[in-house]
Ligand binder design. Structure first.
Ligand code: GTP
Ligand code: MG
Length: 480
């Protein structure tokens, strides 16, 4: 997480940043947001047609030059220097003006589109800073959009997802989150809880009324809400896999050809390959795109019976990624009979999403799969060395991802904190179901409902939760 804290986001300041990647490119954009945006631009922009930029309509585009007061000092002895009051032309630009409240931050926003290039963009930024704006912190524009109510926290997460999308799937997920579809889902859950909460409040406030526990209909409603939350929690791990890439781990005994396969999938000599047993020690991780799906693929050590401290460490590392994997590729060596290590890994991956690769099919076959009782997984025959079978493996990986079926209806990307918070909301509900079953007084049920509402509110940003906000905004880049 970066160093900044939410308290550094001072809302009254006018902020500025380079919004495009500063490199040699055709165009670059510098953004300004806040109440001084228009006064600042009016001092540094010379429109080609004579006009007062402070008075132009919202959502209009203006052609002209960014200028800077000449820095040549006035001549000594009182002689007038003609140049001292002139302007230096910096770049030919287009300035767009978006007035409050119809802008991203709901403040006055100005965007200067200049030519790309680090020097020119930094120069324009410097001039804007000299005029009294402050350099924006990461995610500060989006934070303003959040606090001014233009978007909620789940939508802010969508913005981040669009910027970070590594595949078309991830982009689709993020844009639907930005559109607010997911927010509506959470809102619906909240509305259901709120209705029950209001009911319990009235029971508490009017003690003369029959203080009976929740009705059967209300209990059914609660159950339904718990099931809805469960679906979102389950789908959120799919959303995570789509957004961050499925984590696919190659495992197998030493010398099975894992690193050779890893290189074959990546189509580059990434990992060291050798006939010495135990070549790979560290986990090596790379991104690869298979038919539009982003995959984080890991090569691991094959050592299962470590004899020294390095091998022990290697085993620890590979076991850890094995546990966290969304998909396992278990490599068997077709040229050797199954041994204890193979049986151990076959058993370990029994309840995991697994593809078995039978490697080295170019050699004399000594592998007898009949001895492996539980080998009902998808099997792909390959020779990683002779480049045979990659298409089959890619197809198998692709269908494995979709085999589980993506629950698009409930697909919401939640970061780790948000996931925990939604889990807490579910616990609140389970707890209140217990209360209701065991005839606790209505006050307990009321309290559990209140906590559940608060937790759901933290998800959308309605209830202030510094940890969640910082966990999201620390990932943003400057200028967004
Ligand atoms: N004939 C043949 N040899 C292969 C094939 N795949 C890998 N090899 C060879 O098998 C040996 C081991 O390959 P690696 O890729 O290093 O095996 P590994 O599973 O990563 O081994 P460790 O990192 O030691 O666990 C090397 O000599 C490879 O050239 C294959 O499909 N056919
Ligand atoms: Mg290896």
């Amino acid at each position: 997480m970066s160093q900044f804290k939410l308290k550094d986001y001072i809302l009254g300041d006018t902020i500025t940043a380079i919004a495009t990647f500063p490199s040699k490119s055709a165009l670059g954009v510098v953004k300004i947001s806040g109440k001084s945006s228009l006064p600042i631009i009016s001092r540094i922009f010379k429109p080609a047609k004579n006009k007062n930029i402070k008075k132009v309509k919202t959502h209009t585009l203006h052609y002209g030059w960014i200028v800077e007061k000449s820095r040549i000092p006035a001549c000594p002895a009182g002689r007038k220097n003609k140049k001292s009051n002139t302007n230096n032309l910096i770049d030919e630009v287009l300035v767009s003006v978006m007035r409050t409240p119809n802008s991203y931050t709901r403040e006055d926003v100005v965007e200067v589109s200049s030519h790309g290039g680090t020097v020119v963009l930094n120069k324009i930024l410097e001039i804007i800073l000299e005029q009294g704006a402050r350099l924006a912190l990461p995610g500060e524009f989006t934070y303003r959009a959040l606090v001014r109510g233009r978007i909620d926290l789940l939508q802010a997460e969508g913005v981040l997802g669009i910027v970070e999308a590594k595949s078309l799937e991830a982009l689709e997920l993020a844009s639907s989150q930005l559109k607010g579809y997911n927010s509506q889902k959470i809102e619906k859950l909240k509305a259901g809880i709120k209705e029950l909460f209001v009911h319990t409040e009235s029971l508490i406030n009017f003690p003369d009324e029959d203080r009976e526990n929740l009705s059967v209909i209300q209990q059914k409603k609660i159950k339904k809400i718990r099931e809805e939350i469960d679906k979102i929690l389950q789908a959120s791990s799919q959303a995570k896999a789509i957004r961050e890439g499925m984590r696919c781990v190659i495992c197998g005994k030493t010398n099975a050809g894992k690193s050779t396969l890893f290189n074959y999938i990546l189509q580059e000599e990434r990992a060291i390959v050798s006939k010495i047993c135990g070549t790979t020690r560290d986990v090596i991780e790379e991104n690869v795109n298979i038919r539009g799906v982003n995959l984080r693929i890991c090569d691991t050590a094959g050592i299962l019976k470590p004899e020294d401290s390095i091998a022990k460490k290697a085993l620890e590392k590979s076991s850890k990624v094995f546990e966290e994997a969304d998909l396992i590729i278990l490599v068997l060596d077709a040229s050797r009979p199954l041994n204890d290590d193979d049986f151990f890994l076959l058993e370990k991956s029994r309840n995991k999403n697994t593809i078995i690769v039978i490697n080295k099919i170019d050699l004399f076959q000594r592998l007898d799969l009949k001895k492996a009782s539980n080998i009902s997984k998808v099997k792909i025959r390959m020779s990683a060395l002779k480049n045979i079978g990659l298409k089959d493996l890619e197809n198998a990986i692709y269908s494995k991802i979709y085999e589980v079926g993506i629950d698009r209806e409930n697909l919401i990307f939640l970061n780790q904190y948000q996931h925990e918070i939604l889990k807490k909301a579910k616990e609140n509900i389970s707890q209140l179901e217990e209360f209701s079953k065991n005839n606790y007084t209505i006050d307990f049920i009321n309290l559990a409902l209140k906590e559940c509402l608060d937790n759901l509110g933290r998800l959308s940003g309605e209830v202030f939760c510094e940890e969640v906000l910082e966990s999201i905004f620390s990932k943003f880049c400057i200028g967004k």
